[in-house]
Structures are given as C-alpha cells and as structure tokens.
Design a protein around this ligand. Structure first.
Ligand code: BJ8
Length: 424
C-alpha cells in the first residue's frame, strides 16, 4: 500500500500490476545502482527522483493540471520542447525501457517489433504508466516505420498527434520540417488556449538550452582520466532529464558537476585510471533499460559517453538565442532540430563524424554499438559506424539485444572478450 495509491487509482492504473512493476524496478535499481561504490553526493538526487518517479513527480503533474497547465508526452527528441514550454505546458519524454506489458503489445503488434515500441504500447494497454495516463496529448513522429505505424494503434487508446519528420536534409526537407514546427505550435496553442509570444518562446529556449549546457558540461567532465562518474549514473542523469522539472534538474546537475570538477581536480575516479574506457553508441536507452551498461561496467570497463538520444544526440546542439522576433526563434529551432543525426535520415554521414570526434574527445578505447533487435536504421548503420571507427583506429563491438534478461550471460561473455582485447 502506497501513499500514492489513490492518485494512481484515479489515473486508472492497474494497481496490483503496477505494484509488481514498482517492486521489480526497486530491486533492479538496488542491484544496478545502489550497489556501486564511490558514488557522488549528487547521486542522492538521482536516487530520490527515481524512487518517486511514479509518485511525487506525478503528483506535481496533477497539481500543474489542476491549475490549467497541459501535459504533453513525447517519444522522440524531434518534438521541440521549447514550443510546449512557451505555452506553459509540461513536456515529458515517454520512451519506455521495460519489457513489462509486451505480452499485451504483442496482441496488436508483430512479435518482431523493436522492444521500445512494444514497451510504450504495452505500458498503455496494461495501464502501467502514470505519465502516459497524465498526458493531455501525446506527440508521435514519422521517424522509423515501426513507430510511425504503432502510433496508429496507440491513437486508438490515447490522444495522439503526429509530427512529420523528414528523412533527408535538403532545403525542401527543412521547409517541410519548418511547416511541421508551425503546425505543432498551432496545435499546442489550441490545446493550451495560450498564444506563444516572442517573450515566452525566448524564455523557453533559454530554459531548455540551460539544461543542455549542464549536460554538455557533464559530458566534458567525463573525458577526465580516471573517469569521475560511472556510465550508469551518467545515463541515469540523461534519462531523468526527460522527466524532471527542467529548472530543478539543471540546478541539481549543476551541483553534481561541481562535485565532479572537484574529483577531477584531485585525480579521483570511479575506477582506476587504466580501466578500459568504452563509449556507447546507437539506440536510446530509456528508463529502466540499464542492462547493457550494467553488463559493461561489471566486465572490467567504464562507460565514458553515450552517443544516443538519451545522451549527446539530444544535448550537443543548442538553439541560437540571438533571435528577437518569434519568426527568428522559430527558424533557430528548425535549424537546431534539423541537425539531429538520427539513423532514420539518409544519408547520415554527420553521425559518423560525430561518433569519431566524440570517441576521441572522451579518450575512449573502444565503442559498443547498441541496436535494439529489429531496429533496422541503427543495425544497418552500425556497419558504416564500424568502418568509420576502424579508419580512426578505434575498435567497435556491435550488440543487438532487447529488454529481456535472457541474454545477459551471453552479452557478458562477448563484452568481457572485447574488454580483454582492449587491454592487450
Ligand atoms: S531521433 S533515435 S528518439 S527516432 S529503436 S523506435 S528507431 S526501431 S528510437 Fe529515436 Fe527519435 Fe531517432 Fe532519437 Fe524505431 Fe529503432 Fe525502435 Fe527507435
């Protein structure tokens, strides 16, 4: 029995199943996170947010709703949060990273669908996610085929709006995306009853950029040897950035970075300086998808960066803050989002350059490329990534997996062999 039961009941969650999920999540968190040694003081914020992810944060969302603010859920970093915030709404990233609910999802989706898609459909059909149930609007997007088609099914159960994201980056594609950003702005204004002004958009751009800046700082600090923070904790920071209040998050991670700066100055780390440093690259790892980071960091390596949407792909680029008119700011937003190097684009050469540059900046000894099973964009692109890294003299291990725990031992064997090879 939890103090939040009444709220969850009101949100129409399946209470017994939700209770089971929370218990599994708690145990998982305990094993993967709380068992780490030498964690930062600032990690207490992460532990607290995670422990209250379906509790106090949901209560905050209900309070926001009670004073007329709208909640907008998303599954992709292409949905411009600046627009949502400028209309005084709250945006939350919904990408689900758990296997629970996949049985229900497989009743309406083919089995060979990526785990991320099955997860969000399963969460909805099984009534397990209070974020989804709190949303006034859920924004989908036309990135990969699986998501695009799954939104049609999802829309039968939730209020869905789909943004068209181009697949190429020519002038005409930018025009298309600009039109979509304006269409999204209209939809958000209609939802909230608020008109977005130059002033409100300017503030929102700054708020989101500030969050990106603190995450950029975290990323830079991870280039230190020895690594000052575990990959698991750094991933969690990035995951929480999609859920928590942006201003609070930026302040808390600013404190955590100050602690890291101190560690770096003293030459302290979470693992000895000669520990092999690995960078993750590929599909996003949504909460609570911590399997591969755990496997890697219990195989004698430390993760120093994540080239993914729950990582640097979402934080590398800022929106230009110099625009004064609403039109200028919309153009700046379009420019910034068109730089996202998702594998759904063709060609996507800039991603290869970004991966190589990032691996060098972070002084990574190797890269683990991670694709969710049945994710064609990332699995196919991994061949080009491997080639680009090879040219730069950086070894890569390609992993394809899902959210189940069945392959943990097999993954461990492969990762351990890769780590041993790096030591030679
Ligand atoms: S911008 S990476 S968040 S689309 S893993 S559902 S691609 S089959 S998540 Fe993504 Fe936006 Fe791109 Fe980023 Fe499809 Fe692949 Fe599944 Fe994926």
């Amino acid at each position: 029995m939890s103090q939040h039961d009444a709220m969850w009941e009101k949100l129409n969650l399946d209470l017994p199943a939700h209770e089971g999920l929370m218990q599994v999540l708690g145990k998982f968190y305990n094993d993967i996170y709380l068992s780490q040694e030498g964690r930062l003081q600032g990690a207490q914020y992460l532990d607290f947010v995670l422990s209250e992810i379906h509790g106090l944060r949901i209560r905050e969302l209900q309070e926001a709703k009670a004073v007329g603010r709208k909640i907008v859920g998303t599954f992709c970093v292409f949905v411009p949060e600046e627009i949502t915030l400028a209309a005084e709404a709250v945006q939350v990233g919904l990408c689900a990273g758990a296997e629970v609910g996949s049985e229900a999802a497989e009743k309406v989706l083919p089995r060979n669908t990526c785990a991320l898609i099955k997860s969000f459909v399963g969460f909805k059909l099984s009534r397990l996610c209070p974020f989804i149930e709190s949303c006034d609007l859920i924004v989908g997007e036309t990135t990969c085929d699986g998501k695009k088609k799954a939104y049609e099914i999802f829309a039968e159960h939730a209020p869905v709006y789909v943004m068209e994201v181009p697949q190429m980056k020519r002038g005409c594609d930018r025009d298309l995306f600009r039109a979509e950003v304006l269409r999204f702005k209209d939809r958000i204004e209609e939802l909230t009853g608020k008109v977005i002004t130059a002033d409100s958009l300017k503030k929102a751009i700054k708020l989101v950029n500030d969050r990106r800046r603190v995450l950029q700082l975290l990323s830079t600090l991870r280039s230190a040897k020895p690594a000052p923070i575990s990959g698991r904790d750094a991933l969690l920071v990035n995951q929480i950035s999609f859920y928590d209040d942006p201003a609070r998050f930026t302040a808390k991670i600013g404190e955590l970075c100050a602690e890291l700066e101190d560690r770096v100055a003293k030459g302290q780390g979470v693992a000895p300086a000669d520990t092999p440093r690995l960078m993750l690259s590929g599909c996003p790892m949504a909460v609570p998808n911590w399997k591969l980071p755990y496997v890697i960091e219990s195989s004698g390596a430390v993760i120093v960066g994540e080239e993914s949407c729950i990582g640097t792909r979402n934080t590398r680029d800022l929106v230009d803050e110099s625009g004064q008119s609403l039109e200028d700011m919309i153009e700046a937003i379009v420019d910034r989002y068109m730089r996202i190097d998702c594998a759904c684009f063709t060609p996507n050469e800039e991603r290869l350059d970004n991966i190589v540059a990032m691996a060098k900046d972070l002084r990574a000894d190797g890269v683990v490329h991670y694709s969710l099973s049945f994710c064609q964009p990332y699995a196919i692109e991994s061949f080009k990534v491997e080639r680009a890294l090879k040219k730069a003299g950086i070894p890569m291990l390609a992993i394809e997996t899902d959210y189940s725990m069945q392959d943990v031992e097999q993954l461990k064997t492969r990762v351990e062999a890769f780590v041993e090879m790096l030591k030679v």
